[in-house]
Ligand binder design. Sequence first.
Ligand code: ADP
Ligand code: MG
Length: 242
Amino acid sequence: MSLVVINAVKKSFGPNEVLRGITTTVDRGDIVTIIGKSGSGKSTLLRCINGLEKPDSGSIHVGGLPVGGSPAELQKLRQNVGMVFQSFNLFPHLTAAENVTLAPLLTRRITKAEAPALAKRLLEQVGLGQKRDAFPSSLSGGQQQRVAIARALAMSPEVMLFDEATSALDPELVGEVLRVMEDLAKEGMTMIAVTHEMAFARKVSSKVIFMHQGEVWESGPPAEVFGAPRTPELQRFVQTPV
Ligand code: ADP
Ligand code: MG
């Protein structure tokens, strides 16, 4: 069975129908990138997958569990789904290491004694082994985003969601974050990434989803989606992705 199963998901905000029946699946180890114009519903879809938004109809299952189930199921889901946002949202009064280990400590996944080793391993994984004691304000945007990725990994999620993880960064810092995402992909992490980085999507994806007006307009392997777009909407987007 697929790790993430999205079936006929609809979501409106007032009269604005933002998701118009999304159906797709994500298998273990898949790297799914979601592309599409601003306002096409990409963030709303990601937020539905980790339970931050509730679909009006349809269903989403992650690892066999329904999103929007009981509070206990929702808690389990949140541990299973890591999310990285455009704005890094690190806790400013905590060090990089403390940011990374806060959630696993609070949920008693690890003991206080185990925290330093976990922080060390995960910060080394994102290339920040030397920055364990640094506070967010002393880190560059790219470094802060890499701490945010380490923090999301700390709960050992089965799937990682990225919502335009590099969009808030200065151009020279984008590469270091994309490299960390690419390494994660190579290690077999299941990922769903909304991105404007077309070269990244083309290189890393197992499947690309082009969203248009709240629908999966086209989807398929990157060579197909970028190399042979079938609809005028995707043809236009591939030429000018905005
Ligand atoms: P994208 O990420 O593709 O840019 P979004 O999912 O953020 O698109 O937004 C799609 C549409 O839904 C937009 O018109 C946006 O204004 C609207 N929208 C998103 N979140 C909310 C919300 N919480 N309340 C009202 N409207 C929203
Ligand atoms: Mg968005």
